[in-house]
Design a protein around this ligand. Structure first.
Ligand code: IVH
Length: 662
């Protein structure tokens, strides 16, 4: 037994050391194969002898199957942010304030400002204890299990002068290479790509399944230590110490003896940052001496001894080759610029959005112009200006007809964009409707995605949502990349969707302005599609929260024979077009409009609303002369009460309400 415990100890220490060599020092000693062999031996031993599993066991790196529910925890030390400067004169102002306060020229440490998600990690007796997100600065989410999967963060540390308890702050980042791979995967799975590595990072550290986080290949740089007895007298020394203990710190931090050296550092990185394998959005300048930091102190939100200098968004110039026009799912037409390929912030840019016709006119953009391109928060960069006009070019004329279906475009009053009005026959708009129909909150046909819908459409198999229900396995099997199993799954999940409730089916139809909540209200108010289709504007607007705009849109939808045909086909296919009556408990409240106010002893507000509906009543949210009852709970709103008295509406207590429903 002792031998086993010893072996587990030895393996844990050895694997942790190899992780450190690989992920912190980028200097592996053994091959991946040998590493995997050690790890699988440890996994096996730990599963047979869990009593010997070490608190810093490297097997925690692969995540676990316990769903994360992030509890909010208070930070022991507030997570402050930094004051920002965007210009050199502002930075000189900061420096002057520091000099005035200290009555001396300080030494600074300049560091890269990593663009990711900040994290606070606490260690106790050399063991990784807890990791918390920044949150609002005072409290954040406990993301320990997820952060333990980041291999460059030590699970245990060794070295001299390690305080018994301390917290360190750092930035979780996703390197460009990892980001590009992740987005490629997402796009091919029909998921939307992340806009930038920062978003991808914050999304990753909040994932429910830590095993998924482990696959995201995140990294972390540490830049700040806090605790009661930090064994250093300068920030730079504390960084060195962190590195000695096994933390990954940036090798690019520098001591600057004066403000000129700070400026040199900034100029250097403003150019050089494009060669870094990850994003930075500026430089952080910190007073080096802890004694001087103490003299300067803090404002409510930021230290007075540090500041960040933010880089301007990177810009490059390149040639505009042509303009494409893309038609979206809603029919909106977006002009997209094709550019001569150019390097920008770590990636090659070939296309840029132009937003709308007004922007093209404003810039007087012409084919052949040399344009400035900038990367904002979005994936696709934008054209922000013109360096030189192509002398022989003529002004760009925005297209007048839809490039997809040839229909004349319209530009509605007050809208900046052009639209294709042919919503029923324009291919991207039809595909968009089908994608909405299958989406999770609608019919939830999860075996289909954007790509398969497009594939089916292009193969002529579907022209509207009802065509999905006549698809056969034999029809889809010959399509590209369609395996037998996936074809079967698709047909099965389409079949399963027939049991989706009426309210969701109504939402899935994609009637303009009929979102999820409105669909629910309509489904419960009208009970079935025939009644809804026959409803007058008055009947529609008498439903809680249904106004003129929604009512008009519903009437317009059912006035189109094409829509009636689709609904009829869906009905024949067996979809749910009426509310399941088994839900009904009684008809005691039939025809009654009831409003609730205050809090209740026996029910939550949601429960009581549900009960009203299950007994045939209608729960309304604002009082009118058509309201029959006000159910008054505790702490009833005074204005509601006043209005009810004025309109002579019957006010009943919770007990009276219970009698009413029997
Ligand atoms: S120091 C009390 N150093 O920038 C000082 N922050 O706007 C704490 N950041 O929330 C911050 N790189 O997420 C510091 N080298 C660096 C940094 C850095 C990135 C982030 C951090 C912080 C934000 C401040």
């Amino acid at each position: 037994m002792e031998q086993i415990e010893e072996r587990i100890l030895k393996l844990s220490a050895e694997i942790n050391r190899h992780n450190y060599n690989y992920y912190v020092l980028s200097n592996p000693e053994i091959s991946d194969f040998e590493f995997d062999k050690l790890l699988s031996e440890l996994i096996k031993l730990e599963s047979d002898y869990p009593q010997y599993k070490q608190p810093d066991s490297p097997t925690q790196r692969v995540g676990n199957d316990i769903s994360n529910i992030f509890t909010t925890v208070a930070h022991e030390y507030q997570m402050l942010s930094l004051g920002n400067t965007y210009s050199e004169p502002d930075l000189v102002d900061f420096h002057n304030r520091v000099v005035k306060e200290l009555e001396a020229e300080p030494e600074y440490v300049c560091e890269l400002k990593f663009d990711g998600a900040s994290i606070s990690v606490s260690y106790e007796n050399g063991i990784f204890k807890r990791a918390v997100t920044r949150g609002d600065g005072s409290k954040g989410d406990d993301v320990t299990a997820n952060i333990k999967t980041i291999r460059s963060i030590p699970l245990s540390i060794k070295g001299e002068n390690i305080p018994e308890k301390f917290e360190i702050r750092g930035e979780i980042i996703m390197p460009h290479r990892v980001f590009d791979q992740l987005n490629e995967l997402r796009i091919s799975a029909g998921e939307s790509p992340f806009a930038n590595p920062r978003n991808a990072t914050s999304g990753s550290i909040k994932m429910i399944d830590s095993r998924e986080v482990a696959k995201r290949n995140l990294d972390c740089y540490f830049y700040y230590m806090m605790g009661k007895s930090i064994p250093a007298s300068t920030h730079f020394d504390s960084l060195k110490m962190l590195a000695d203990w096994g933390f990954k710190t940036s090798a690019d931090s520098r001591i600057c003896k004066n403000i000129d050296q700070v400026m040199d550092y900034i100029h250097y990185w403003d150019k050089e940052r494009k060669n870094l394998p990850y994003d930075i959005d500026g430089i952080v300048i910190k007073v080096n001496s802890f004694a001087q930091q103490d003299m300067l102190g803090f404002t409510a939100k930021t230290p007075k001894w540090a500041i960040s200098y933010k880089f301007k968004a990177e810009q490059v110039s390149t040639k505009l080759i042509s303009i494409d026009y893309q038609v979206g799912r809603t029919g909106a037409v977006t002009p997209v610029a094709n550019l001569e390929p150019v390097q920008l912030a770590g990636t090659v840019v070939k296309r840029a959005t132009l937003h709308n016709a007004d922007q093209i006119a404003l810039l007087d953009l012409r084919i052949g112009d040399i344009v400035y391109v900038e990367k904002g928060g979005e994936i696709i960069p934008k054209i922000v200006g013109i360096e030189t006009h192509e002398p022989l070019s003529s002004p760009t004329v925005f297209i007048s007809h839809c490039p997809e279906c040839g229909t004349e475009l319209i530009k509605p009053e007050g809208e900046a964009r052009h639209f294709c009005p042919n919503s029923d026959n324009c291919p991207p708009q039809i595909k968009g409707k089908i994608e909405h129909f299958i989406s999770r909150k609608a019919m939830n046909i999860d075996s289909l995605g954007e790509e398969t819908v497009s594939q089916f459409y292009d193969a002529g198999l579907i022209r509207n949502v009802s065509d999905l229900y006549t698809l056969t396995k034999e029809q889809i099997l010959p399509l590209d990349r369609m395996a037998d199993k996936s074809a079967e799954n698709i047909i099965k999940s389409i079949e399963n969707s027939k049991s989706v409730g009426f309210d969701k089916v109504l939402f899935a139809l994609g009637i303009r302005f009929v979102g999820e909540t409105v669909a629910k209200k309509l489904a419960y108010a009208f009970k079935n599609i025939e009644k809804l289709a026959a409803a007058t504007k008055e009947e529609l607007t008498s439903v809680d929260e249904i106004g003129d705009r929604i009512a008009d849109s519903i009437i317009e939808y059912f006035a189109k024979s094409e829509n009636i045909r689709i609904v009829a086909d869906l009905m024949n296919a067996g979809l749910q077009f009426e509310i399941q009556e088994e839900e009904k408990l009684s008809e005691n409240l039939a025809g009654l409009s009831i409003i609730i106010s205050g809090t209740f002893k026996n029910f939550s507000r949601e429960e009581i609303k549900d009960i009203i509906e299950k007994h045939g009543g209608k729960n309304v949210s604002s009082i009118s002369k058509n309201t029959d009852y006000l159910v008054a709970g505790e702490n009833i709103g005074p204005s509601k009460l006043e209005k009810a008295v004025k309109l002579k509406i019957k006010i009943i207590s919770e007990e009276e309400f219970m009698e009413l429903i029997g």
